[in-house]
Design a protein around this ligand. Structure first.
Ligand SMILES: [Zn+2]
Length: 198
């Protein structure tokens, strides 16, 4: 048995300066491959460079929902970047009503742009959702999203079911072990093992 880390930020401070050590820890713990997640135009360049230099690392392309002033990718740009052989997903994208308040039309537009790029390229979406499950699922349905993962899942069985119905995978993080997370634990019991990522 071996593991694939479906969501890491190898270009972030604290990791980027000690990649050999991180890779050694991965090997020691049977983590054979990892997906380095883009959160901005700048970080896409960084994660792609790491993926190009390391056979076992892959990358996504996208802009995270929690920075209003981040420079956007157009749908065309996203699709063009997916033609790179090491780019295997679109994101992370989604909605975040915890860190962002007020008129969030810009966040909805950015999310829609990523969904359209995923549809055009055929690559799966990496979806971040925080305090925004209803709108996240609504936009995925409205734009006919077909595949992806709801990452670091912190919702309930109902949302898990809606995501599974759309063909999505669910990824659980260490939060599922918290004593005050019975809803997430119930969702983890509900989701079939072959639809769970870590
Ligand atoms: Zn992330």
């Amino acid at each position: 048995m071996y593991l694939v880390d479906s969501h890491c930020h190898l270009n972030f401070d604290g990791l980027s300066s000690r990649l050999p050590e991180v890779f050694a820890n991965m090997a020691e713990n049977q983590v054979r491959q990892a997906l380095a997640i883009s959160v901005s135009r700048q970080s896409f360049a960084e994660v792609l460079a790491i993926a190009e230099a390391n056979d076992h690392i892959f990358a996504t392309v996208g802009v995270h929902p929690d920075q209003e002033d981040a420079e956007e990718f157009t749908v065309e740009e996203l699709v063009r970047h997916t033609q790179h052989p090491k780019v295997v997903g679109i994101g992370e994208t989604g909605l975040d009503y915890h860190w962002c308040k007020g008129d969030l039309a810009w966040q909805h537009r950015r999310f829609a742009c990523h969904i359209l790029a995923a549809n055009q390229s055929g690559l799966p979406l990496v979806v971040h959702t925080r305090d925004a499950a209803a709108d996240t699922m609504r936009l995925l349905r409205e734009h006919q999203a077909h595949a992806g993962v709801i990452h670091c899942f912190t919702e309930n069985v109902e949302v898990a079911k809606a995501a599974l119905d759309l063909g999505f995978y669910i990824s659980f993080s260490g939060i599922v072990t918290f004593k005050n997370a019975p809803d997430i634990q119930a969702a983890a019991k509900y989701v079939p093992a072959d639809r769970i990522l870590v």
